[in-house]
Design a protein around this ligand. Structure first.
Ligand SMILES: [Zn+2]
Length: 189
């Protein structure tokens, strides 16, 4: 199969999603070959290479939150959408199990206990959510470099403006104290 553009891939992905919505539940699975033919309007020549693309689109849809279940049973393999209820439940349970296995691997490598690692991840997630929702108190921008003044979050630019204003005020009051004596008249402001 010729190389597809990103736009063509998106079209195929949408088609795949449409086709899959007609196959809900293990009882109405669709075989790999048939699915490929419907999505790409073409029969596959090379089972491994051609279906690689189909599998990639399936993976993308799964990441989008579409619960596509696959069975590789020789006689009875295929794809179907998890039906609401126990099928969807066990699909989610499986995902969680896989995720926990990976986390256990990380815990092992870092020599921490799994619950401790999960706690750290929770904190990281909470912090990143708070950061992504933070806005500069003055200009409302949500850039990522923060400064604190009077317990308010300020973006770097606004913070620097305030700092310059402080320097300005200090200079002015200096000038008022000393400058007025020298010039014999009051400084402006
Ligand atoms: Zn700002």
């Amino acid at each position: 199969m010729a190389k597809l553009t990103a736009q063509e891939l998106q079209v195929r992905k949408n088609k795949l999603l449409r086709v899959m919505t007609g196959h809900i539940g293990a009882g109405s699975k669709i075989g790999m070959g048939e699915l490929y033919e419907v999505v790409f309007n073409d029969g596959y020549q090379n089972r491994i290479n051609d279906t690689k693309l189909l599998r990639r689109l399936i993976t993308e849809l799964r990441f989008d939150g579409v619960p596509i279940i696959s069975s590789s049973a020789r006689a009875d393999g295929g794809y179907w959408l998890a039906a609401a209820g126990s099928e969807l439940e066990s699909y989610c349970e499986n995902l969680k199990k896989h995720a926990l296995k990976k986390l256990a691997q990380v815990a092992n490598l870092k020599k921490t206990a799994l619950p401790e690692l999960v706690g750290q991840i929770r904190l990281e997630l909470e912090n990143s959510i708070v950061r992504s929702e933070m806005k500069c108190f003055i200009c409302g921008s949500n850039e990522s470099q923060w400064r604190m003044t009077y317990e308010k979050h300020l973006c770097k630019e606004c913070w620097e403006t305030i700092e310059r204003l402080k320097i300005f005020r200090e200079k002015i009051s200096e000038e008022r104290k000393h400058g007025s004596k020298r010039t014999g008249r009051a400084a402006p402001l």
